[in-house]
Ligand binder design. Sequence first.
Ligand SMILES: Cc1ncc(COP(=O)(O)O)c(C=O)c1O
Length: 391
Amino acid sequence: MNIEPEQCKSAFYVFDVAELKGRIDYLRRILPKTVDLCYAIKANTFITGELIGTVDRFEVCSPGEAEICRLLNVPENQMVISGVYKTPQVMDNMVANTECNRIFTVESINQFQLLKGLSEKYKKNLKLLIRLTNGSQFGVNANEIEDIIANRESYKHLDIIGIQFFSGTQKTSLKKLKREVERLDKLLLTLKEKYGYTAKELEYGPGFPAAYFKEDSINEDELIGGFSQLLLNMTSKPKITLELGRSIAASCGKYYTHIVDKKCNKGENYLLVDGGMHHIVYFGQHMAMKQPILSVCGKETQPYSDIWNICGSLCSMNDIISKQVSLPPVEVGDIICFENTGAYCMTEGISLFLSRDIPAVYIKRNDGSLVCVRDPYETYLLNKPNYRKDI
Ligand SMILES: Cc1ncc(COP(=O)(O)O)c(C=O)c1O
C-alpha cells in the first residue's frame, strides 16, 4: 500500500473493502446455499456501511450501535436488536418509533415480559428470537423456552420466529460445534414434538476463529466445511442465519504504527512505536508472548536481522505489543503493519489511558484509494474534569 504523508502523522487502521467482500464470497461459497449471514457489528462498526447489500442482517447490541445503523441507513428489517440489557425506555422508544419489522432477541424472562407489554401498548407485532443460554449470564433455559412456546397463542402481538444461540468466540473445535448443533437440533425437535411448534429460524453464532499469531494454524476449509455438513445434517431443518463478527471482519483490517525510537537496554532491544495497547488488542494474547502476524512496510522481503520487543507509547510497562520479534533492519520512521486486525482489535483497547489519541481509520476502496472515515481523535477532553459551578 502507498502510504501518503497524511497517514504518516500517527498510527492508523485501514479496512479493505475488496478483502472484506472476498471474505463474504468465501463464506457464501463454503456454507450451504440456504444459510444467511448476519454481521455482528460489535466486531467493527466502521465496515457496517460497506456490508449493506452484502450480508443479510446486522446484529445490533446497544443503543449506540442502533444509532450507528440508523445513521448508515441500515434497513430496519435487516436489524436484529440484541444485547443482554436494554433499558425499558430504550426498548419503548424502539417499539414506539419504528415500523417494528426489526427482530428482537429475548435474553431473559423480564425482557420477554417487557416486549410483550410494549407490543400490547403500541399494538405492534414484534418478531422475537429467544436466546438459549449456554450456561452463562446470556439467554434463558430450555425449559423457559418451552414455557413461552407452550403459551404462544396467548401472546397476540408476538411472533416467536425461532431460537438464537451464541456460546463463545475463537472456536477451533469441530467436535464442540457438533455438540452445539446437536443440542440445538434436539431443542427444535422437542418444540415440534411436544408443542407442534416449528421454528422458522435458527440464528446461530458459531464463533468461527481468526488467525492472529504466527503460530495459529486454522484449516478453515476443514472447519467451516465440516460445520456446513453438520448444518445440512440437522433433522429439524430450520432456516439458518449465522451471526458472525470476527470471521467476517478480521481479515480486512490492518493496523499501521510508526517506529519513533529504538534502543538497547541491558542487552534487550526495544522499538518504541507511536501506537500501543490502547489502539490494538489481540484475543488470546497473553503478556505479549505470542507473535502477531506483522511486517515492516517496504521491507517485507528483506531477511530478518535482529530481535526486538515492540512497545507502545503509553507510560506503562504493560504496553508491549509483542516480545522477541525477528525483524529486518529497522529505522526510526519505518512503519510496522499488523495484519488481520479488522475485528475487535481496535475497539477493545483501553483508549482513554494516558489521554493519547485514538487512531485514524481509513476505508480502502476497490480502486485502491483510501478514504479517511475518522481523523485521529484527541481524548484529553474526555479525561478532563468539567467542574460545574454548583460543586
Ligand atoms: C450474540 C452474539 N452473536 C455473535 C457474536 C459474534 O461473535 P464472533 O465475533 O465470534 O463471530 C457475538 C460476540 O460477542 C455475540 O455476543
